[in-house]
Design a protein around this ligand. Structure first.
Ligand code: NAD
Length: 492
């Protein structure tokens, strides 16, 4: 496939992107109703291209293509599927410049981080599941009935993958790679704000030899294309990543049809700095935890809890360090923080900072936009002095904003850390090994980091507890979630 309009993008320059099409059954096609949606460069606010706007008929065509392709793909051996997935990893690495350019343009990601994190991780995910595709196995069970009894793992059929705007490449690969490894077909609906890399990946998967119809990409809005995918009777599982609000709706809808789901939802993690922390390391980790991806990071750590004895010192060091973080054009290799991905996300951050001011919060640094080229820039912001019950502390802001609160005892730190409805990630800084284990065990989160932030790998499962969802991505856990167990008992 070479007609997505996304090829020939020069390395780390703002690319010219031709209008995108839907990818259904191995063909690039216009949407049924000829609908189109603008794609905006968040660093300028200007429309850079358009993509097709799928409706229910397009989703139906994609699911039909998936159903036709799923059987032959499932009947291939795991080793054959592994070869194809490994080629995807190789092509991602070979075409890294294009992927970096497109993803940075679409999301506003700094090119250097996009290459090192988003594109590198995408290749690693395909590589990892290429390995696991060869390990799918059942078990024999010895039972009192004279029989030969065994289990096997079978693919589910066609998976509906719905992804959010913030890590388009990684989050879609975290669904597509294990689903394909297990022998399923996929219909992917990327986020409406950031759909471009999904089209480039469709091209790459086709180039790697993924058969027509095994991956289908329908760009479009949540209310129409997303909803049609959720409700389609030909979909066997919904793999959803997004907000808790939409996730709740998606789980309810899929539950009505008794479809399995994975729900990767919102987060609002705490980073705890204990009095025995290595402060140099802790400061770096805290900053990474809230500015990475301009704070549009489900696993970010926007709530800093600092032991009272270090509170003033940490605030002072942070204020200086954060003010020096380079914010600007994502295509400048020196940039660390780019724009927010869309104007509505910037507006949300502004509303929360205004609320913090109303509630007596003290803006330690930032607290305003950065006016640059008409882009959606917001300065990394630290807010002190808010009560734990403040909405600014409790809710997911999803921008480069850190609230800071002091604590006295370990119990108090754990209580504050666990004191929101979310439970995706949590972290602590300590040099006391016993404390690291003790506190990690008490934190209500799907993943806990000690003495660094965002240590992620395709082999380490991630996912949430509480309002952050259920099910796990990454690791063998994700592969299993795209299979069903069959028991066979043969009388002897
Ligand atoms: P969102 O919930 O607004 O959208 C997510 C996806 O759902 C998009 O593709 C959207 O088009 C689709 N959608 C919207 N309405 C729909 C409907 N009625 N039916 C079906 N699909 C519909 O989320 P977002 O703003 O794109 O992303 C940010 C959110 O995602 C944050 O809450 C963040 O924490 C969360 N997130 C979670 C993880 C995780 O791994 N847990 C990872 C990244 C982002």
């Amino acid at each position: 496939m070479t007609d997505s309009g996304l090829q020939d993008v020069p390395a780390v320059r703002r690319p010219h992107v031709e209008p995108g099409k839907l990818f259904i059954g191995g063909q690039w096609c216009e949407a049924n109703a000829k609908g189109r949606r603008d794609v905006v460069d968040p660093s300028t606010g200007k429309v850079v291209t358009t993509v097709a706007e799928a409706d229910a008929a397009d989703v139906d065509a994609a699911v039909t293509a998936g159903r036709g392709a799923a059987g032959p793909w499932a009947r291939m051996s795991g080793r054959e599927r592994a070869r194809v997935l490994h080629r995807v990893a190789d092509i991602v690495r070979r075409r890294a410049d294009e992927l970096v350019a497109v993803e940075s343009l679409d999301v506003g990601k700094p090119v250097s981080l996009c290459r090192a994190v988003d594109v590198a991780t995408t290749a690693e995910i395909y590589e990892y599941y290429s390995g696991l595709a060869q390990t799918i196995q059942g078990a024999t069970r010895q039972i009192p009935i004279p029989s030969h009894a065994y289990t096997s793992r079978e693919p589910l059929g066609v998976v509906g993958a719905i992804t959010p705007f913030n890590f388009p490449l990684i989050l879609s690969s975290a669904k597509i790679a294990p689903a394909l490894a297990a022998g399923n077909a996929v219909v992917h609906k990327p986020a409406e704000d950031t759909p471009l890399s999904a089209l480039l990946m469709a091209e790459i998967l086709a180039e790697a030899g993924v058969p027509d119809g095994v991956l289908n990409v329908v760009t479009g809005g949540g209310a129409e294309a997303g909803e049609a995918l959720l409700r389609h009777p030909g979909i066997d599982k919904i793999a959803f990543t997004g907000s808790t609000e939409i996730g709740r709706h998606a789980a309810r809808t899929a539950g009505e049809a008794l479809k399995p789901v994975t729900m990767e939802l919102g987060g609002n993690a705490a980073q705890i700095v204990f009095e025995d922390a290595d402060l140099d390391k802790a400061i770096g980790s805290v900053i990474k935890g809230f500015v990475f991806n301009t704070g549009q990071f489900c696993m970010g750590g926007p709530r800093l809890l600092v032991h009272r004895s270090l509170y003033d010192t940490v605030l002072e060091i942070l204020a200086g360090a954060v003010a020096g973080v380079p914010v600007g054009d994502p295509f400048d290799p020196a940039t660390v923080v780019g724009p927010m991905a869309a104007e509505r996300h910037l507006a949300k951050v502004e509303r929360y900072v205004a609320l913090a001011r109303e509630q007596g919060g003290r803006i330690v640094t930032g607290g305003k936009r950065l006016e640059l080229d008409g882009g959606y820039y917001y300065r990394p912001t630290i807010i002190a002095g808010l009560d734990d019950g403040s909405r600014v502390v409790q809710e997911e802001i999803f921008g480069p904003v850190l609230t800071v609160q002091p604590f006295g005892t370990e119990d108090e730190a754990v209580e504050l850390a666990n004191g929101t409805p979310y439970g995706l990630a949590a972290g602590l800084q300590t040099t006391d090994l016993a404390r690291a284990h003790r506190v990690a065990a008490r934190l209500e989160a799907g993943i806990v980091w000690v003495n660094d932030w965002a240590m992620l790998d395709p082999a380490i499962p991630f996912g949430g507890v509480k309002q952050s969802g259920y099910g796990r991505e990454y690791g063998p856990e994700a592969l299993e979630s795209y299979t069903k167990v069959k028991s066979v008992v043969i009388a002897l």
